[in-house]
Design a protein around this ligand. Sequence first.
Ligand code: UD1
Ligand code: MG
Length: 460
Amino acid sequence: MSETISVAILAAGLGTRMRSKKAKVMHEAGGKALVAHVVEAALRLARPEDVAVVVGHQAERVKELLAGYGVKFALQAEQRGTGHALLCCRETLEGAGGLVIVSVGDCPLLRAETLEALVARHRAQGAACTVITTELEDPTGYGRILKNAAGDVVGIVEQKAATAEQLRVREINSGIYCFEAALLWPGLARLEPNPASGEIYLTDLIEMLVAAGRRVTPYLIEDASELLGINTRVELALVDRMLRERTVKAHMLAGVTIEKPETVSIDAGVVIGQDTVVEAFAQIRGRCVIGEECRIGSASILTNAVVEDGAVVEPFSVMADSRLGKGARLGPFGRLRMEAQVEPGAVVGNFVELKKTRLGAGSKAQHLAYLGDSTIGENSVSTAVGLPAATSRKNLRTSQRTSCAGSSSSCSGGSARWAHQVGGDIHTPRRSVSESSLASPCAREPATTRRAIAPSSTIA
Ligand code: UD1
Ligand code: MG
């Protein structure tokens, strides 16, 4: 069947129970905003122009967050309940006809496969509406599903309005539905506000459809975990853990070795190549891209990092917005930040920090150094004897191309502890700590040298 499928995602609420200044749907689980998980599932079923996200609380920020997906937005200026929220995207989606899938925006575990199964089930039953339901040990807080003898849904009652008997019902409303568009929009327009709260509840539409002689069927899902709605930070933490387990498992099945997977945290958008090994307690966050046959050491934290094939991040290293080239090494206790670039085969050793610096192919900064705002040429070698080496835009330009070409000591200023290797000839000052702070390939400029290792200039 080729009828249009459109999706409405309700994401306008504040989420009072989160006790946050930030709209609930913008909180993250598994490394991605709650609503983004739902949008991605929706986009597996519908074209972006047929997906509408209802925004309200912090509307501009939610829109900005989702800008890359190409979906539409509808504004619910005042949060007057889930039914009212859906009504707000009537104009945006009404023309589409066919089927309308409605989902709350706070159920990030929802899988696209489940939405596909919902549509298949709905078509097979020929109902006006199909509701995804599940049975929970503790259904507190959720709307309860009321059924007739035939097993069809006849109503949904919210926790606050339920009788003692209804509260014992363990089958709950997931907040995810499939509607016939032709019945949804006219029915929705006739919903009245709830007398107690003044809100318009989408759940009241079920009873209205049944009263009009239409059928509403449940689609009962065994795995309740997928439907967990997030209302508090306790639920957020639980769902975060579940999403991360899912991500880690998917990487392992795709050929990544993950040691002690229960300790490893990988965000949703991360890419990892085959035969890479991720050691215990590593955290890989944001939009990291890791190549094949890499090793990500224990307790390392990578955020928006690119690690090319065969590169090694030794334990306890931190990378943010930086790149480690093919076969390069970082750490242990290494740090790359702010667009640091370590070219293929280069080595950044223990207690070395690079900020906005490009370390040329094959170059080595083995230990105890700060390299900031600099370009280091190829095959250069730093040999820290005791005190940290330091560079910054002001005090050093150790680039083979510009400043340190050749094997002579011709730096145009700089650190005490950079020696330069050209054609395999390594020039390392073999002196005591006190000597080395003055005598260096750049010893002709001792003042600059001292400035370079002074604390004030080592922190850029
Ligand atoms: C809702 C359902 C409940 C179901 C549960 C599943 C209603 C009345 N209740 O309850 O039956 O068991 O979800 O998780 O529908 N929203 C708006 N505008 C509003 C209010 C809410 O866009 O005016 C959005 C929220 O941003 C959220 C979603 O709708 O993404 C659900 O709202 P929430 O307050 O979490 O509803 P629940 O109380 O969980
Ligand atoms: Mg909810």
